[in-house]
Design a protein around this ligand. Structure first.
Ligand code: RFL
Ligand code: PHB
Length: 395
């Protein structure tokens, strides 16, 4: 078997890359370890930057996000028991974010891929990447007990944080930067109307962080900060709703509509960057190369911007026989990634209770938040990062 670009991983990065390459007439095959249902069952991101929505349009699947996504003009911050709105739209000269679940993005991309008759190998076992330092890279895998080898011009490592691509790079060729946070997020999904349908609410309280988000006007997504070693089983629905209410302002707490939860899970928080993102003819994109704590809603959006740079680089390579795009991919992508890493780390530090926060630290967070909501300069910094920095940034 042979293809131009072998894509490892059918998450949002791999599927979006596959679609953009297909649109440009570049042949690609996706190799995925899990089943389609498993991939679709992962409840993750919910907030899309305008650049991500624009890319979905470019890939020919803007219709559903346009009609079913819910546009947000503002975000709200709760601290010291009081809620404050930040007019993101006004502060960024009209930019917005859109609430549209990662599961829906993935479903749209999967549907488009199967409509176009493009090849995806699901449930591939023992996937391995070879010879990416040569002109003829290869991917090997097993499917239904049989061995396969795929020859290609390039490998795109879109296989997430625990994937095989980054792990296959020789140790000396890669530098990894990491920060692990001493808490997790307990998230629930429930078919109840979101308490704040037109803005995401981020809460700082002495009991810890909380977040009110949504998937649609009838489906809510809520989170509370929890200890890393907490077990989901220890959190009854009632305990979750009580804890969430206790971390919000009284008016919002009163308005929350509760109901049975459809999903409940605990996610650890991490900041991580691997440099560079290119190794000969293998390129990393999305969570395979970097992780942000979800506080800034940047993970999926960074995956999309990586794919934007990488797809343009491949298109330039095949159409113009120019390696300029692939030679600068890593540097271009990392310029945006580090800025989103900084924003996500800052917002995480500001909003969460850390083991050493103490009463003084709590007052420092509240003083900074007070400044943030009352200073146009400080609110603008938050707003312009939240809606997403431009795709082309200097380092
Ligand atoms: P994914 O989604 O992890 O997909 C990688 C795919 O590769 C497959 N794979 C392999 N396939 C073949 N061979 C192997 N050896 C393989 N190893 C792995 C996997 O099965 C999988 O299908 O990475 P991708 O595509 O780069 O996408 C990244 C996003 O999923 C991630 O950044 C976001 O979900 C992060 N995130 C958020 N991002 C946002 O932009 N906005 C948000 O509001 C937001 N909220 C969140 C989040 C992530 C969260 N968690 C659980 C980490 C909220 C949470 C709670
Ligand atoms: C979500 O809807 O899952 C979500 C929203 C905003 C965040 C993180 C997660 O910052």
């Amino acid at each position: 078997m042979r293809t131009q670009v072998a894509i490892i991983g059918a998450g949002p990065s791999g599927l979006l890359l596959g679609q953009l390459l297909h649109k440009a007439g570049i042949d690609n095959i996706i190799i995925e370890r899990q089943s389609p249902d498993y991939v679709l069952g992962r409840i993750r991101a919910g907030i899309l930057e305008q650049t991500t929505v624009d890319m979905l349009h470019e890939a020919g699947m803007g219709h559903r996000v346009q009609t079913e996504g819910v546009v947000h003009h503002s975000i709200e911050l709760v601290f010291s028991g009081v809620r404050h709105a930040i007019d993101v739209h006004g502060l960024t000269h009209g930019k917005v974010v859109t609430a549209y679940g990662q599961t829906e993005v993935t479903r749209d991309l999967m549907d488009a891929r199967s409509e176009a008759g493009l090849s995806t190998v699901y449930q591939a076992a023992n996937v391995s990447v070879h010879d990416f330092d040569s002109q003829r890279p290869k991917v090997r895998y097993q499917k239904d007990g049989q061995d396969f080898e795929l020859e290609c011009d390039f490998i795109a490592g879109c296989d997430g944080f625990h994937g095989v691509c980054r792990a296959s790079v020789p140790e000396g060729a890669i530098t990894e930067y990491e920060k692990v946070y001493p808490f997790g997020w307990l998230g629930v999904l429930a078919d109840v109307p979101p308490v704040s349908p037109h803005s995401i609410v981020y809460g700082n309280s002495e009991r810890g962080f909380s977040l009110c988000s949504m998937r649609s006007l009838t489906r809510s997504r809520y989170y509370v900060q929890c200890p890393l070693d907490d077990k989901v089983e220890a959190w009854s629905d009632q305990r979750f709703w009580d804890e969430l209410r206790s971390r919000l302002d009284p008016e919002l707490a009163e308005r929350i509509v509760t109901g049975p939860t459809l999903e409940k899970s605990i996610a650890p928080l991490r900041s991580f960057v691997a440099e560079p993102m290119r190794f000969g003819r293998m390129f990393l994109a999305g969570d395979a190369a970097h992780i942000v704590p979800p506080t800034g809603a940047k993970g999926l959006n960074l995956a999309a911007s990586d794919v934007k740079y990488l797809s343009s680089a491949f298109i330039e390579f095949y159409a113009e026989k120019s390696a300029a795009g692939i030679d600068t991919y890593s540097q271009r992508a990392l310029a945006r990634i580090w800025k989103a890493e900084r924003f996500s780390w800052w917002l995480t530090s500001l909003m969460h209770k850390f083991p050493d926060t103490g009463a003084f630290g709590q007052r420092m967070q509240e003083a900074e938040l007070e400044y943030l909501v009352n200073s146009t300069a400080a609110s603008t910094v938050l707003a312009e990062n939240y809606v997403g920095l431009p795709l082309d940034l200097g380092r």
